[in-house]
Design a protein around this ligand. Sequence first.
Ligand code: MRU
Length: 351
Amino acid sequence: MDIRTLGWLNNRIKIIDQTQLPVKCKYISISNLKGVWQAIKTMQVRGAPALGAAAAFGVYLGVRKSRAKKFAHFIRELDTVIKYLNSSRPTARNLFWGLEKMRELALKNKHKKIPEIKKLLLKQAFSILEDDRARCRKIGYHGNKLIKNNDTVLTICNAGILATIDYGTALGALYSAKQAGKKFKVYACETRPMLQGARLTTWELNKKGIDVTLICDSMAAVLMKKGKIDKVITGADRIALNGDTANKIGTYSLAVLCRYHKIPFYVAAPISTFDFKLKSGRQIPIEHRKREEVTELFFKRPISGKAIKVFNPVFDVTPHYLITAFITDKGTIKPPYRKNIKKLMAKEKSG
Ligand code: MRU
């Protein structure tokens, strides 16, 4: 079965409602801006690269029916739409990257007629989608080189097909290794509190015929101590210029465990996840979500009392010095990160 995270059909965004997985693989169609905002906020669509594409199509839906005749009026409307989508989730760089690409496109074509600009915006959203498809394949190609026959790889959250347009980042490396005929095993951390590992990663790896074992997040250390893990590969939501990386909560703990147990720790991400404007991870905004995600969601009855205080940051920042290498669409980057990420930025600018 083909997994199609996000597409465009009859002027609607078509997504898999990821909150229903793995019980139901249900596709939903979104026809307006508010619907896109809600789908992002409630994580019906999630994962950094998928958010970039959803936001881009959201911009088009937001201005599609604009009656503006002059560009000055149109850009004001576009900026209101962008500001609204900007407020959906704060951490993944790709979301803002997608929105910026849409705005740049509009400005570049400001001398054209408004209907023409609208068409170009839709085309731009499609190219963001295709861009991610191509970049993930390249990440897969470079990631495969790090996977040896009979390896056991640990991952967290979902950095796979469901988090991107197709193929995935961390899981893309695994798909590519499988295509190359390598044999390997995967452990997936369940990823409390929203259980992306348990619900999504095991689902898609299983569909793709990859040997996956689910563990509770707290079991990673024991596996490492027993010598059962050869490497950890995770995705990323935002990477600062010095290599500090925000990813799903629990990623930092894995990186610390890897250092202690002398296990390589890799981060796979496309260029659209790098935030070249941020000097370090201290500047990355971390999303905090509602208490019910910890106290109740996905359970038939509350797992703690209503009065209990909850701390629910959904991302953490792994310091660059704990990261063995980044697997990007432009190749693998090793330390020193500031210098090598700057090189990556230059490569991207020169095409
Ligand atoms: O809260 P989520 O599910 O959107 O968080 C997603 C992650 O943390 C992923 O690991 C990250 O976006 C990389 S996806 C290729």
